[in-house]
Design a protein around this ligand. Structure first.
Ligand code: PMV
Length: 328
């Protein structure tokens, strides 16, 4: 048998970085998905085909001895297999089948490591497909919890619940510490710009932490992001796009003040604003990767496609659906 599930990526409408210090954040699922196909195998081994997951693509097969037999850099293998191993471990635990092996095939339309929650989507879809393959259906909230454990472990304790909860549940969500809930939101017309790169999340988080410890006004900036998020939640509830855009602009400025923007991100943000977007900001850890703009028209997407440093721009509406079964 084969089971296939998909789960969406996400953008931060508001609140990245400040969420690390207990402030609320509002991530939103987007219509770009990772799809994971899982088939059980009888020999207990794990075979991961991540052909579409990296630029080069690779297939790796390994068993309990943990010695993958592949001809690609070890770091690349570890990056992809760490999350898949974690998802498989969670599926084995949830179904009480510690010995079972799997063939796993991953396809993802979410740029990697660029602030769009690609790893969370792979883990959520992977746990769902693997548990269903073994005849067990987990509720989205449990998938979110198990996927969070995987991210927490792979990212050495630095992960928040934002990506995994948002990917499992879909829509706009609110995360404040361990308190995660879904929000009522209108359809949000997002446009994404991608610079083809990725920031180092650990380094960027450490940079903000150091700044916050050194300067009272940096700590105040983190607090100001929290205040902004609370205003943003109200604007979301009212469907007030002008106010949402204005607050996205301010959020980007505050993130810049904390040192996590980049020239490429600033140029994409300005290109989107000048083309008439209601607002634009970086999304995720920063340092490189993606920006998100709020724009019902196609103007900012077109402007981004001509912006130096932007390698891809696309429209991605709010995805109200979280993890989803793709077979049968
Ligand atoms: O770049 P992403 O999508 O992994 O987001 C990082 C968000 C941070 O707030 C900077 C860190 C975190 O774990 O919340």
């Amino acid at each position: 048998m084969t089971s296939t599930s998909s789960a969406p990526g996400k953008v931060y409408l508001f609140g990245e970085h400040a969420v690390v210090y207990g402030e609320p954040a509002v991530p939103c699922a987007i219509e770009r998905r990772a799809t994971v196909e899982v088939t059980t195998r009888t020999d207990g081994r794990l075979r991961v085909d991540a052909g579409d997951l990296t630029l080069d693509g690779f297939t790796v097969e390994y068993g309990g001895d943990g010695a993958p037999d592949v001809d690609v850099p070890q770091s690349l293998v570890e990056a992809a297999t760490g999350y898949v191993d974690g998802a498989v471990a969670q599926a084995r635990d949830a179904t009480d089948t510690p010995e079972v092996g799997f063939d796993v095939a991953i396809e993802s339309a979410i740029p990697l490591g660029a602030g769009l929650g690609s790893s969370a989507a792979v883990v959520v879809a992977g746990i769902d497909a693997a548990t269903r393959e073994l005849g067990v259906e987990l509720a989205p909230a449990e998938l979110a919890e198990r996927a969070y454990r995987v991210e927490h472990e792979v990212q050495s304790g630095e992960a928040s619940r934002a990506d995994t909860f948002c990917s499992a549940m879909g829509g706009a969500v609110r995360v404040e510490g361990d308190d995660c809930r879904q929000l009522d939101a209108p359809n949000l017309p997002f446009v994404i710009g991608y610079d083809g790169g990725a920031g180092d999340t650990g380094e960027l988080v450490a940079g903000v932490r150091a700044l916050r410890e050194e300067y009272g006004f940096a700590a105040d900036t983190v607090g100001a992001i929290g205040d902004l998020v609370r205003r943003g939640e109200r604007a979301l509830d009212e469907g007030n796009f002008d106010e949402l855009g204005r607050l996205m602009d301010v959020n980007h400025g505050l993130l810049s003040a904390l040192g996590v923007s980049a020239r490429s991100l600033d140029s994409m943000v300005w290109a989107a604003r000048e083309a008439g977007a209601r607002g634009a900001k970086l999304t995720g850890a920063g340092g490189g990767g993606c920006i998100v703009a709020l724009d019902e028209s196609d103007a900012s997407r077109t402007a981004l496609s001509y912006t130096p440093g932007c390698v891809e721009s696309f429209r991605a509406e709010l995805d109200f659906e979280g993890v989803r079964r793709e077979d049968g």
